[in-house]
Design a binder for this molecule. Structure first.
Ligand code: 0X9
Ligand code: ZN
Length: 424
C-alpha cells in the first residue's frame, strides 16, 4: 500500500519534471476574429470621459485620439455592450474595420518572409510588401557593400532579445555638414514606419550623385527599426503589439512602451506604471536597452544634430514638442510650426494627402517620456514625430498597396527639412 502511494507520488513528480523539460511550444498567433475599429465622436468633455472609461470595463483600446475623435479598437466580446452604451448616450460612431482578422490575413498573404530578398531575386526591398527585420538588415548590408565610401553601419546596442540596433550613416565626409537623425519602428505594430524609412534611405543612397547640395551636405544617421523585438513579435505572434519585449522583472505582462521610456519628464502625464499597460513607461528613465542605445549614441556623437525625426503611424500628423504637458510651447514654436507646415505642403504634393501640423499635446494628448521631447531637451532644434498614414480607415494594418505613396510622403518630409536646415 505504502509502496503504491509512493509510486503514484513519484509518477506525479515525474510528470512535473517532464512538463518542466518540454520546450515551450511556439506561440500560436493571437487572432482578432470579429474585432472592429470604430471612430467615435468626442463632442464634449462628458462624452470624452465616458468613452475613455469604457477601457476599464470592456476589452477595448484606443489607437489614435485627438481632441475631437477617438479610434476605438474593440474585441468581439465587447462590441454589443459598447454599442448599447454609445446608443443610449447618443454618442456617434462609425465602423471603420468590421473584422480585423480578415485585414491581418489579407496583409500577411503579402508578407515577405525571412528568405524573400534572395527568394524573389530582387536583392533589394520593393515597397509593395512588409519585410522581416532580417530582410531589412540584409538590405542595409547590401547598401554598405555597394557604396562603401558613402555608407557605414554601426551597431549602437542590442535589443532585449539581443537583436542588433543598426544605424546607417550616410555621408560624403565633408566637414561642416549638417546632421540629421531619423528613426523608425519604435512602436512595433506601426509597420509603415520602417517601410518608409528604408525607402528614404534607399533613395538617398541610390541617387546620391543627383541629389541637391542640401542633401549631400548632411551626415545622415538612420535607425530603421528602433524596436526589432516588438517588430518581429507583431509578425509572428500578435499583429497589434506596441511595446518592446522586456521581461519586466518577471511580471506576467511583458513590454515597455519605448516612447514613454525616454528620460525627459519621465513618468509624467499619459504614461502608466502598470507593466500590463500599453503605455507602461518602464521601471525608470531609460530602463530599456533600445532607448538607452539611442541616448548614448546621440550624446556621445561628435555631431550637433540639427533634426531628430521619428516616424510613427497613424493619423497623418506632424507633431512637435512639448508632448509631456499641454499648453507649454517651446521657445521656438513658430519656427517648428512653419517648418512643419512647409513639410506638410510638400507631402500633400505627393498624393493629395493632408497632414496636420501642431504641438503634440494640443493636437493629440499629453504623453511624457517620448523620444521627440528628449531630442528637443538635449538641444536638437527640429524635433518631430511624424504620424504617417492613414487617418483611421485601416489604422495600423495599412494595406501594402499604400506603402509606396506613404513612403514618398515621408521622403518629401525629410527632403523639405534638409532644405530648411541648409538655409539656417
Ligand atoms: O503616443 C505616442 O507615443 C505617439 N502616437 S502613437 O499613436 N504612434 O503611439 C505620439 C507621440 C507624441 N510625442 C509625445 N507625446 N512626446
Ligand atoms: Zn507610435
Amino acid at each position: 500500500m505504502a509502496q503504491s502511494t509512493l509510486s503514484v507520488i513519484l509518477l506525479i513528480f515525474n510528470c512535473f519534471l517532464f512538463i518542466e523539460s518540454v520546450p515551450t511550444p511556439l506561440e500560436t498567433p493571437v487572432r482578432y476574429d470579429g474585432a472592429q475599429l470604430w471612430n467615435v465622436d468626442l463632442s464634449d468633455e462628458q462624452t470624452r470621459q465616458m468613452v475613455f472609461d469604457l477601457e476599464n470595463e470592456f476589452d477595448v483600446s484606443f489607437w489614435s485620439t485627438s481632441h475631437a475623435e477617438a479610434d476605438m479598437f474593440l474585441k468581439k466580446s465587447a462590441i454589443e455592450s459598447v454599442r448599447q452604451i454609445l446608443n443610449k448616450n447618443n454618442i456617434e460612431y462609425s465602423v471603420r474595420v468590421d473584422d480585423m482578422q480578415k485585414r491581418i490575413e489579407e496583409e500577411s498573404s503579402q508578407l515577405y518572409g525571412e528568405e524573400s530578398l534572395y527568394g524573389n531575386n530582387n536583392k533589394s526591398l520593393t515597397w509593395d510588401a512588409y519585410y522581416s527585420f532580417d530582410d531589412i538588415l540584409l538590405f542595409l548590408d547590401k547598401l554598405v557593400e555597394k557604396y562603401p565610401n558613402l555608407c557605414s553601419l554601426e551597431t549602437i546596442g542590442y535589443s532585449h532579445e539581443n537583436r542588433p540596433l543598426k544605424v546607417l550613416k550616410i555621408s560624403n565626409g565633408n566637414s561642416g555638414n549638417k546632421a540629421i537623425w531619423i528613426d523608425g519602428g519604435i512602436h512595433a505594430r506601426e509597420w509603415i514606419s520602417p517601410a518608409s524609412v528604408t525607402y528614404i534611405v534607399n533613395d538617398l543612397v541610390e541617387n546620391w550623385n543627383n541629389q541637391p547640395a542640401y542633401i549631400q551636405n548632411v551626415n545622415w544617421y538612420v535607425l530603421p527599426v528602433h524596436n526589432p523585438d516588438g517588430y518581429e513579435y507583431t509578425r509572428k505572434s500578435d499583429r497589434m503589439w506596441r511595446k518592446n519585449r522586456s521581461k519586466n522583472n518577471n511580471n506576467h505582462c511583458l513590454g515597455v512602451d519605448l516612447n514613454r521610456n525616454y528620460g525627459y519628464k519621465w513618468g509624467g502625464k499619459g504614461t502608466s506604471s502598470n507593466p500590463c499597460s500599453e503605455i507602461y513607461a518602464g521601471s525608470g528613465p531609460f530602463s530599456e536597452p533600445e532607448s538607452t542605445a539611442v541616448k548614448n549614441f546621440v550624446e556621445t556623437s561628435e555631431e550637433n544634430f540639427d533634426a531628430f525625426l521619428t516616424f510613427h503611424s497613424y493619423g497623418q500628423w506632424i507633431l512637435y514638442p512639448w508632448g509631456y504637458e499641454n499648453h507649454i510651447p517651446t521657445e521656438d514654436r513658430d519656427d517648428l510650426d512653419s517648418a512643419g507646415r512647409q513639410a506638410a505642403k510638400s507631402m500633400k504634393a505627393v498624393d493629395k494627402q493632408v497632414y496636420t501640423v501642431g504641438n503634440s499635446a494640443d493636437l493629440l494628448y499629453a504623453a511624457a517620456g517620448g523620444s521627440d521631447d528628449w531630442g528637443k531637451s538635449v538641444g536638437i532644434k527640429y524635433s518631430y514625430t511624424i504620424e504617417l498614414r492613414d487617418k483611421g480607415r485601416y489604422g495600423f494594418v495599412l494595406p501594402p498597396k499604400y506603402i509606396l505613396a506613404t513612403a514618398k510622403e515621408a521622403h518629401a518630409f525629410v527632403f523639405t527639412f534638409a532644405q530648411i536646415i541648409a538655409a539656417n
